[in-house]
Design a protein around this ligand. Sequence first.
Ligand code: ADP
Length: 245
Amino acid sequence: MEKIIRVRNLEYVYPDGTRALKGINLDIHKGESVGLIGPNGAGKSTLLLHLNGILKANQGEIEVLGMKVEEKNLVRIRQKVAIVFQEPDDQLFMPTVFDDVAFGPMNVGFPEEKVRKKVKEALKEVRMEGYEERCSHHLSLGEKKKISIATVLSMEPEILILDEPTSNLDPGARKNLIELLKNLNLTRIVAGHDLELILETCPRVILLDKGKVVANGDTKSVLGNKSLMESHGLEVPLSLRYLGG
Ligand code: ADP
């Protein structure tokens, strides 16, 4: 399988001296959907912010789509690696849904007709056609999350990174988002604490704690391992608790 992300010996220390990543090694293959879990402060967000060069490694190496994550490749890498943050209000800032979803493609200079096409396709992918003229800030949280995914899909990324995609959603909106994620046909990394979501959408999971990878493998085996999960401040999800019992 083609490696689409390759991380070797990644170390990162914040300016205040906090050692957030202590020698991370991992590979993500094309078309995979991988969960990233770990207790608060494990280093998940810090790792994700390295994948499109928002943070710069102190040591080690990251390659995305065969390109080293370094200054000269950042424009291309940021087009290909999309991060959807937990809080949609960090991603939506234009007067209308159309403007928000069009922002990326316009910024890279696509002609108007292509921008319109990309917006239409992205809204269709998140099942939000017809919302073009609505004001993003007046939508429900579930709708805002879908629009924030559309704002990155319109750039035709190859890798979609979602940080806590279901946080604060009601059960209906959560289910709706999970169905949508399952149908997106691109390499995905899903980070967060919604372990049922990760079980449902990610065959492989990486468990981080204290800046290190402490498990990397089949999602059911990792999430179902009580002593492993509990020693890293996590719990076996309900749906795996009574297997064989
Ligand atoms: P997670 O996303 O798994 O909750 P983070 O990547 O946010 O973990 O944090 C990893 C470590 O880095 C924690 O110890 C956290 O306190 C620290 N950290 C995060 N952001 C900063 C920052 N801007 N400055 C200093 N330390 C930070």
